[in-house]
Design a protein around this ligand. Structure first.
Ligand code: OGA
Ligand code: NI
Length: 337
């Protein structure tokens, strides 16, 4: 059940107010306190003055459009591989099978950490070479995306330092080699076509889900669409829009951080509703190294509050989550060229 009134008309649009963390603020205590409040409350906040220039963000969005504007047969040549790199067509991903009639009305493009084929690390499930459009198809594309991947990781590390302080850990807790020293970090370009979502019919831009990792940085254009649900167990569920702020990242906590923090910090359910306008967004999913053991933090357990989850290896957890939400690659056999 949704927040619709009895006669079927929409309830007024509710827009969420989120805390805003200014990464250039010299008063770190203030940032920690704002972030902690957001993490305890809804697991979503804005990050501003993060160091990535507006000019460069505009370039990344422009290059994302250039890719999605290619004809479908060109994009299908870049179809994602088993390492989750490359193009994901409309309906490929099904995030909320209980409430969706079919997959999400979005197309996407995954770019991970670039690991050459001859590097022993390329054996690992989320590592390997990326899928890049051939030179000249979208000029300058690879350089733009590699630069963004690199800069976004620095933003993520800066946010993770504030999170560490908010959890009473050492400031560099997430900087260690097994954490974000050798992360699984995935840039995902997203394009929602002008489809109007209809929750009563099970049609969504992106179905309700929480993200899998440590944190996600999200940049969107100015088209409203993202909604969060602060209490997934409420009946009916109440969905609030998150308004885009130019130049800000919307940051949300993922399920691994919820496990790490023994549910003290929340990974919140969110989804995207299409309103008939085309929409572009850019997500940057941040996860620790493959072998990182995600286990209850010492500061988040006590005799009265024992760990709620067993420890789990990062790569094992992630592989399962991707498998649960993406189509089998064999469904695309007819399209492959
Ligand atoms: C996601 C996501 C939101 C958006 O990709 O996990 O929640 O606005 N995206 O595209
Ligand atoms: Ni998400």
């Amino acid at each position: 059940m949704e927040n619709h009134s009895q006669n079927g008309t929409e309830a007024p649009l509710k827009v969420s107010t989120l805390n805003c963390i200014d990464l250039s603020n010299p008063d770190i205590h203030q940032s920690v306190s704002l972030l902690k409040q957001a993490c305890l409350d809804c697991g979503f906040f804005y990050v501003i003055n993060h160091g990535i220039s507006q000019e460069f963000m505009d370039e990344v969005f422009a290059q994302s459009k250039n890719l999605f504007h290619l004809p479908l047969n060109e994009k299908m040549k870049l179809l994602r591989n088993e390492k989750h790199r490359g193009y994901t067509p409309v309906l490929d991903e099904l995030l909320d099978p209980d409430n969706q009639v079919h997959g999400d009305y979005k197309e996407g493009y995954y770019i991970g950490v670039e690991v050459p084929e001859d590097d022993p690390d390329a054996e690992k499930p989320f590592y390997g070479p990326n899928v890049w459009p051939e030179d000249g198809v979208v000029p300058g594309w690879r350089q733009t995306m590699e630069k963004f991947h690199h800069e976004a990781l620095e933003v993520a590390k800066a946010v993770a330092r504030v999170i560490a302080l908010a959890l009473d850990l050492d400031v560099d807790f997430f900087d260690k080699p097994e954490m974000l020293g050798k992360p699984i970090a995935t840039l995902r370009l997203l394009h929602y076509e002008g489809q109007v979502s209809d929750p009563s019919k099970g049609i969504y831009g992106a179905g309700a889900h929480s993200d899998y990792g440590l944190i996600t940085l999200l940049a969107t254009d100015d088209v409203m669409g993202l909604q969060i649900c602060r209490d997934k167990d409420a009946k009916p569920q109440i969905w609030e829009y998150v308004a885009p702020i130019k130049g800000a990242f919307i940051v949300n906590l993922g399920d691994m951080l919820e496990r790490w923090s023994n549910c003290i910090f929340k990974s919140t359910l969110h989804r995207v509703l299409g309103n008939g306008q085309e929409r572009y967004s850019i997500a940057y999913f941040v996860e620790p190294s493959h072998d990182c053991l995600v286990e209850c933090l010492p500061t988040c357990k006590s005799e009265d509050n024992p760990p709620k989850f067993p420890p789990i290896r990062c790569a094992t957890y992630l592989s399962q989550r991707y498998k649960d939400t993406h189509a089998e690659l064999s469904v695309y056999n007819n399209h492959q060229t």
